[in-house]
Every structure is written in C-alpha cells, then in structure tokens.
Design a protein around this ligand. Structure first.
Ligand code: AGP
Length: 601
C-alpha cells in the first residue's frame, strides 16, 4: 500500500512532507518522491529505493515552497525505478495515487490517440493525463477531477496539486484519505494514514467515496467538501484525535516490532476497560438466530480468526467457516438468513477483505468487523464493529494486533453465549498479561535458541487443534521478517507427505501443549527419528518434552490460562522469529516486498 502526504500552509512544506513520508514508509517503500511549487511552476524530486535516497537528493536543493505533495510507493503497475515513482507531473498538475486503475490500458490508448504523451509505465499517470484532458476542455479543475474520477475503475485515492494554486485537491474510492487541521493555524494536511499526521493536527476528517476535498489554507474553512454538482457535502466523519509523539518512537527498542511485542501485556490488561465503554449498550440480540459465521480475512488476521473459530465452536453449536478473502470473493455464494459475516483486519483497508464485505452486504448478510483503525473503510462499511485497541501498529509484521484480535474474539464468544462477566474477563486478561510478562522477562532463553537455529534453511512449525493456526502464524512471522522458508502445518498432517522434508537440515518448531498431547508428541517423535532438529514449546514441567527436544522452551501452562494458551505460545514464536531476523540482519520493520496494508488485489 502506498503512502500519500500533502501539505499547504504558512510553513515550508519540505520538512513537513518528509516527516509524514517517514511515518508512512512502513506501508510501502519501493520509491519515494515530492513535488512542490516554485515561481508558479511545479518542481519534482523522486527516487527509487527507500526514503533516505529522496532525502539525500533533496538535501542538495533548498525547497522554499509552502505547498507540496509526497508519496512512498509499493509498486503495483510498472517496475521500481525513478520514472515510475510518484508524484506524476506535467505542466499543469502533479498527482500522487494509492490503489489500482483497472481500466488504465484502455484509458491510456484513448489519451494517446488524443495526443497525450506518457513518461512512466504506471496506471497513476493515466489519471494525471485524463485530468489534464478534461481540464484543457473546460478549464474547471473541480469538474475535471470528478470527470476523471468517474471514468476510472478500481479502488484509488488521489491528491492533486495545480501549478500556481495554493489549493490541494483529494478524492477517493475505497482507498483511505484523511485530512487534518490544527486549531487556529493556517495550514491543511492530507494523507492516506492518520499516523502520518500524528502530533501535527487536532482534528481528523475522513471523507467518504466520491467526495471532493478542496484544501485551501487561505480560506476561513480551510477544508471544503464537495459533491459532484459542486454543492457542499456532509459525507465526511470528524474525529478528534489525541495523536501523541510517544507512539511514533521506538523508545529503548531497536525495532518497532520488538516494541510492539513488548507492549502486548499492557494492551491486554487494558482491553476490558474499552469493552465496558464500547459495549455498555450492546443489544442483547446482536447474534440472535445466528447459526453460521463466515470468517473472512487475510494473513495474520485470518489466523487470528481461526483461533476464534475454535473459541466459538468449542462452546456452541454455531458453525464458523473461515476462508481467505482472496478466495471467498470469487466463490458462488448462497446464504441463508441464519448466516452472518465477520471480517478481521488491522488496517481496515485490505482490498480483498473489503471486497468480501461488499459481497456479503449485497447478499443481505449482517457484517461485523474486528478492526484496529477506527474510521477505516471496513469500519465504515460494516454493520457492527469491535475495535481491537492495539494502538498504531508500525511494524509491517503484525504482532500486537493479532493478540488483541484473538481477545476480542474471546469476548465476542462470551457475548454470544451470554456468559459475559466483565470482572471475570478482566481477571483472566490480567493473568494472561502476567504470563506474557514472564515470557518477555525471559526473552534471553528464546534468543539463545534463535542463535542455535538461525542459519538453518528450512523450518516446519507444527501444532494441533487451536495451536494449528499458531503454527501458521509463527511460520508467517519468520517468512516475513527473516526471509526464511517456513511452513505451518497441522501436526497430524506431517506423515501425509511433508515428513519427506525432514532430515538434519530441517528444523521442526513443535508446539506440544496438553491438548491432544499424546498424538502431537508422537508426531514429534517421528520427526526426531528422522534427525530433524527439534525445537519444542510446551509445559515447563514436562520432562518427556525436555528429553525429546534439542532445544526446549518451557512455559508455565496453568489450567486457568488454558483458553489463552494460543496467545502464550504465539508470543514465544513472535520473539523467536524476531531474534532470528535480528541475527540475520534483515529490515525487520520494513521487510522487503511487503506493505503494512495491502490495498491492492
Ligand atoms: C501480517 O504480519 C502481515 N503483514 C499480513 O499478513 C497482514 O496480516 C494481512 O495483510 C492483513 O492485513 P489487515 O489485518 O490490515 O487486513
């Protein structure tokens, strides 16, 4: 997902935009660029690679402009190079874009037959030339933007700057845009992520699809929202956001991911207070008559959903059907009135997940979300939202959001069963938090195991039952941040083929908890018998496991924490992957090829 930043005001735009881009870099970082006005014309600096390349290029020029737009790119159309970097610019306009224009090729052909020339391979430049095409005919920037917006297909967000104008324009369809104002200051901010505006604004404005934002720092309103007939629009949400500096610093940690792993106990123990505030008026019949829950998400969020599936099905006769959003959206669905859909998402902007929510809504299903970003597209589109209160998650590899998602799922299960007792939940969460703190305090043990195995080329994570999704999640973490081939497997599946992989070069990270213990233990013995390197995660008092393991990570698995065992074992795997990646020297917070939120399909 690309990062967008725009500023217009009484200050120099360079530093403000670069600061915003540095906070957006976690979302996508193949290239970066900035454009600004100087003496009535548009200037442009853009560079392949990380933001530092752009900063070095800009350090050689002194930008004095009070208006500008910037962009960090996660490539979709067109190679990673300077030309395809954003902003895209011609004599009249400069634009930045997040999303995909699905009919870009047809539009490009049409524009080329009308004399427009293209410099890049990107779909984004098509919007620039389409806007110019309409502007040449009507000399009206607002109606030209609407015309171009209506002619493109797919999810997109744009910020537009015109030469010798002090205004910025923005418009979106499904991809995120947020505007910010600071009280009593003459300036306006536009971005794709509230996080980029942190510490700079007091109020955030979230426009809906198709609303044209005119950011005019010289007007008394500074932000004007327009419908297509250029009448004022009320289709935007105002949110007062206490954005503080603490969240945007790594503190004493080397990486945001490590900081976020260590934040978890605090977040866990404060979650119930949010529940009490949010759900004091929750309707008793919210889940009345529900027999089937379609649980649809992507990546880590889906694995959290698979844990929640276990919660619900272990204690009720409701069927939970999980699916990858990218698969679900292309299936032929027939739903009954007893079915609902639950979408889990940290960002609330994942394109495949959003598309599935729309499909379910079109079929008349009630749609629920477990989402971390209030005001996100998923948040706005669902019938009912359960916020996960993980705070801003900057590390691209999701950690604290997973834990919070699972705990919200636990809460929902109790709600569904009408067994919700806030005091009991608060006590349980506090016990979980202290169990997590104990593991964090003993991180060195996990670090030592990482030192023993970080050079292995292949890893199989195995778990049974509720630990199977944890095996999947643990493998995903290692892949994402250490660039190591790792697979998550149901432990019982090994003998159906994957065990052929086992030899002295393969590490089996085996989660062996009291649940289904005997079977899972014998799976591990099968691996051991074939010289697989055994890392075992299990009850610290279990001598049998200690003997089985080459490296044993023992946990205090008490009965009263049983329901939260997946979060305890998952924390170990988060720390293991983090420490392996650290030893390998990869870019843990901004792993190659990844973006924090995948808003493209
Ligand atoms: C998680 O570590 C990954 N970055 C990725 O799998 C992520 O969980 C997935 O893209 C879903 O994102 P979302 O939760 O923002 O929808």
């Amino acid at each position: 997902m690309c990062g967008i930043m725009g500023y217009a005001g009484s200050l120099n735009s360079q530093k403000i935009i670069l600061t915003g881009l540095s906070r957006l870099e976690y979302r996508g970082y193949d290239s970066a660029g900035i454009s600004y006005q100087e003496n009535g014309s548009l200037q442009l600096v853009k560079k392949e690679g990380k933001l530092v390349n752009l900063e070095n290029a800009i350090s050689k020029i002194k930008i004095k402009s009070r208006i500008g737009i910037g962009h960090t790119r996660w490539a979709t159309h067109g190679k990673v190079n300077d030309t395809n970097a954003h902003p895209h610019q011609n004599e009249e306009f400069s634009i930045v874009h997040n999303g995909i224009i699905e009919n870009a090729n047809q539009l490009r052909e049409f524009l080329q037959t009308n004399g427009h020339k293209f410099k890049s391979e990107t779909d984004s430049e098509v919007f620039l030339e389409l806007l110019s095409y309409h502007y040449k005919q009507n000399q009206n920037i607002q109606s030209s933007i609407f015309k171009a917006y209506n002619e493109i297909e797919g999810n997109s967000a744009f910020v537009i700057m015109q030469k010798d104008s002090h205004k910025l324009y923005a418009i979106k369809r499904s991809a995120p845009i947020v505007c910010g104002l600071k009280q009593n200051e003459k300036e306006v901010f536009v971005s794709s992520d509230p996080y980029a505006l942190m510490g700079q604004v007091d109020n955030l404005y979230f426009p809906e699809d198709g609303v044209l934002i005119v950011a005019d720092y010289l007007s008394s309103k500074r932000l004007i929202f327009l419908e297509e007939n250029e009448t004022p629009s009320s289709r935007f949400k105002l949110q007062k956001k206490e954005l503080n500096e603490e969240i945007i610093s790594k503190g004493n940690f080397d990486h945001f991911m490590h900081k976020e792993i260590h934040e978890q106990p605090l977040l866990v123990s404060s979650l119930v207070e949010h529940f009490k505030k949010d759900y004091k008026d929750i309707p008793d019949d919210l889940f009345k008559g529900v027999r089937v829950v379609h649980l649809v998400s992507c990546g880590t969020a889906l694995y959290a959903g698979m844990v929640i599936k276990n919660f619900i099905e272990a204690r009720s006769d409701v069927k939970v059907l999980w699916d990858f959003a990218s698969e679900f959206r292309y299936k032929n669905h027939r739903f009954s009135t007893e079915e609902v859909a639950l979408f889990i998402s940290q960002s609330g902007e994942t394109a495949d997940t959003l598309a599935c929510q729309e499909i379910c809504k079109e079929h008349g299903l009630k749609t629920y979300s477990i989402v971390n970003v209030e005001g996100s597209t998923l948040f706005r589109n669902c019938d009912y939202n359960f916020l996960s209160y993980a705070g801003t998650e900057i590390g691209v590899a999701s950690t604290k959001a997973f834990t919070q998602q699972v705990l919200v799922g636990h809460f929902l299960t109790l709600l569904f069963l009408r067994q919700l007792d806030y005091e009991k939940v608060a006590l349980d969460f506090k016990k979980l938090a202290s169990a997590m703190n104990k593991i964090l305090d003993e991180e060195d043990k996990i670090k030592q195991v990482a030192q023993k195995i970080y050079n292995y080329k292949g890893f199989i994570f195995t778990g049974r039952g509720i630990q199977f999704p944890i095996a999947l999640e643990g493998a995903l973490k290692l892949k994402e941040i250490a660039y190591v081939h790792a697979e998550g497997y149901a432990a019982g599946e090994l003998k159906h083929g994957p065990i052929a992989l086992i030899d002295e070069n393969m590490v089996n990270i085996a989660i062996i908890t009291p649940d289904l213990y005997k079977k899972t233990y014998s799976n591990a013995q099968e691996v051991k018998a074939r010289k697989g390197k055994m890392v075992v995660i299990g009850d610290e008092s279990n001598k049998e496991l200690e003997e089985l393991a080459d490296y044993f990570i023992g946990l205090e698995l008490t009965e009263d924490l049983k329901v939260f065992e997946p979060l305890v074992t998952n924390l170990v795997l988060q720390l293991l992957s983090y420490n392996i990646a650290k030893l390998k020297g990869t870019d843990i917070d901004k792993p190659r090829n990844l973006a924090k939120s995948v808003t493209v399909e």
